[in-house]
Structure formats: C-alpha cells, structure tokens
Design a protein around this ligand. Structure first.
Ligand code: FE2
Length: 386
C-alpha cells in the first residue's frame, strides 16, 4: 500500500487485442462520423496498413481524407503547416495511425483545428481551453504508448528542444490497439520502440510519483518486454511476442499519465531535438547510465526490476541485486542491436555540455526523477553515455 496521496486518471477507452481494428466501423457509426482525416506516414501507408482502415471507413460510410506526410519526431512548425492545410475543412474525427509521431500529430492537429492558433500556444500543462475534435489512435508500433496518454510531444527546431502539450483534452477518444498492425514492423523499429516501452515502465516504477497502481502495471510491462522483445526483434512473425509488446506499450501509456517518466526522457529530448536520434534509440542508449545514478535511491525497487527481467539475485547483497537491473537492461538493448554509445551515432563530444544544460531545463520530468540530479550528475551521465 502506498502511504502517499495519489490520483488516477484513465484514458477514455482502449480496446486491445488482435481483431480490435474490425470494431472501427461500428465505433465510427456510433460517433455519428461522416468525415474523417487519417494522419499517417509514408512508411505505414506503403506497408499497406491504411487499407484495412479504409475498409472500415467505407463500411461506416465515412468520407475520408488521408494525409501521409506525418514526420518522425514531429516539429511544431510542421504541425502548424498541416493545421493550416486542413483547418478550412470540417472533419468529425481525426485518426492517428502509426507510431507515436503520427498519433501525436493527430492530437496536436485536433487542438489547432478546434481552437486555432499555433502549436506553441498550447505547450505546457493545461493550456488547451476545451474539448477538441475527437482522435482515434491506432498504433502500428509497440512503444510510445501515445495511444493512451494525455500528452503530445513536438520538437521546436529553433530552440532545439522537445516540448509537450499536456491536457486531458488530448486523450484519444478511443485507442484501438490491434497487435496485428505491428506484425510487419521492421526489426530496428521494433527494437527501439520496444525499449522505449521498457524505459516507460522503469521510469514510472522508480519515479517519485509512482503509486500502487502504476507499480503493478510497470512490473507487468517490464516482464512482458524482457520476455518478448528479443523474440519480436529476431522473429517478427511471432504473434505472441508481438502481442505482448503491444500490451506492454499500452500499459506504458497508462503509467505515464499516472506516474510519469524521469531523467532518461529528459536527456532524450535534447538528443532527439538536436541530432534527430529516434526517440527509442535515445532512451535505450541513455537508460543504463541514468540507472547508475538512480539505483541507490531505491535498492529494493531496482532489485525487483532485476528479478522481473530474469536476473538471478539469490545470495547477492541488496545493492548487488539492484545493480543487476543495469546489467539486464544493457544486455537486452545489446541483444536487440540498438546503438550503445553516443559516439556510435555521430554525436560529437563537444555537444555534451549544451545538452547537459538543456536537460536541466526539462523540469517537468527531472522533478519526477527518484534522485535529485545536479548539473554535474547530468554531465556525468552524458559523459558515460558518450
Ligand atoms: Fe518515450
């Protein structure tokens, strides 16, 4: 039992499981949908994943426009351009189909197309004044959990930052999480997004806002990822492994709303904004180095992470057992082929100081870190990761 006051905020509706997509037409009809804008990216479109969605839209007699230009690591400037293009038309529903980038773009568009203005106007917490055009989130990767969160993340190119719109009005009206949509996801994307889901679980489990409910979800997600990610990457046709990864990602979204991520994401934001490192790769690379700073804050929890990831801790001291969690995450990210050092992804050493300073500005996440990190601590993390 938690000894602190905590609050639970839940997504509006999630339908999870193979076949969930087939319920889309009924949902659209129930919502009285006549027109829809589908937001996706070129890769998802090329993979043929929009076809079954179009069938559902046709079945519900919805007139749909498909936008395939969602960019990876979406920026505020691109969001504004897309909003300008589509705000003259009227859409009853926006469908975000893809990874977190497409879903976040759909969420951002729903705000701008309803309330006007620019993306920058809504950055921060509770800046969205009221309900927005409903979004249906349909993930085709297993990682970000954006389908279940009240958050949309965008890069600010000028300031080289990643910033968030956080509001109850950016929850998707419905998340349809059909793991079958991830069965064709390439191995490198499976690996990076799957490790993002692991980072969500570890950060939400160890963060200051963790509570009984998020702890339970986090341990389940850690178990799912550590048990299935290697298989999902090595053999993408393994449906059980894929299903487990989709479930872990979705649980991660629910956790993020109720506990929250910490320093790993705070470091990953400047790295993604400056060097366009995919979010999952950035997180995976930074995770063990942040854990090295954090593990002493709660040896019990870090030892539990180690055991949940299959590490043998019998006969070890609590400290040794906690450190096994770091070993476990390094081995998992190495096994699935994600880069291990910043120098391997062409990040120059001279960039570290600026990124350390920028990390300290991500106060929304740094304040949830289990250990209060000084600028020197953060510098040490960047140096170790380089
Ligand atoms: Fe993430």
């Amino acid at each position: 039992m938690s000894s602190k006051v905590y609050q639970l905020t839940m997504p509006k509706k999630i339908r999870f499981g193979v076949g969930a997509l087939e319920t889309l037409s009924g949902e659209l009809s129930n919502l009285g949908t006549k027109t829809a804008l589908v937001i996706t990216d070129a890769g998802v479109n090329k993979a043929g994943l929009i076809e079954p969605i179009k069938e559902q839209l046709d079945k519900a007699e919805v007139t749909a426009t498909v936008f395939t230009g969602a960019e990876p690591e979406p920026t505020l400037s691109k969001l504004d351009i897309i909003a300008d293009e589509y705000r003259k038309k009227r859409f009853d529903i926006l469908l975000g189909v893809g990874g977190g980038s497409s879903i976040d773009t759909a969420k951002g568009l729903s705000v701008l197309m309803t309330h006007g203005g620019r993306g920058v106007d809504y950055l921060g917490i509770d800046k969205v004044p009221g309900p927005c055009i409903p979004v249906i989130a349909i993930p085709t990767t297993a990682g970000t959990g954006s389908e279940a969160t009240n958050i949309a993340i965008f890069g600010d190119t000028d300031r080289q930052l990643k910033l968030a719109i956080v509001s109850p009005y950016v929850f998707a009206r419905l998340a349809l999480v059909d793991p079958a949509l991830t069965y064709g996801c390439p191995a490198n994307v499976t690996a990076a997004s799957g490790l993002d889901a692991l980072v969500h679980a570890i950060e939400c489990y160890t963060g200051k806002k963790a509570n009984t409910v998020t702890d339970a979800l986090a341990l389940e997600a850690i178990s799912l990822v550590s048990g299935s990610l290697r298989t999902a990457v090595a053999d993408g046709s393994n449906e059980m492994a894929r299903n487990h990864m989709s479930e872990a990602a979705m649980l991660g979204g629910i956790m993020i709303v109720n506990s929250g991520v910490t320093a790993v994401h705070a470091l990953a934001y400047p790295l993604g904004a400056r060097f366009h490192v995919p979010h999952g790769v950035a997180n995976a690379l930074l995770l063990p180095h942040v854990m090295e700073q954090n593990f002493c804050s709660d040896l019990d929890k870090f030892a539990t992470i180690a055991r949940t990831m299959g590490e043998e801790t019998d006969g070890l001291s609590l400290r040794e057992a906690a450190m096994k969690a770091i070993v476990a995450v390094k081995e998992l990210s190495g096994d699935v082929g994600v880069p291990q050092r910043l120098r391997d992804i062409d990040v120059p050493q001279e960039a570290l100081e600026d990124m350390a300073v920028a990390t300290m500005d991500v106060t929304r996440l740094m304040s949830n870190n289990p250990k209060e990190l000084s600028l020197d601590d953060v510098r040490a993390i960047w140096k170790a990761a380089w």
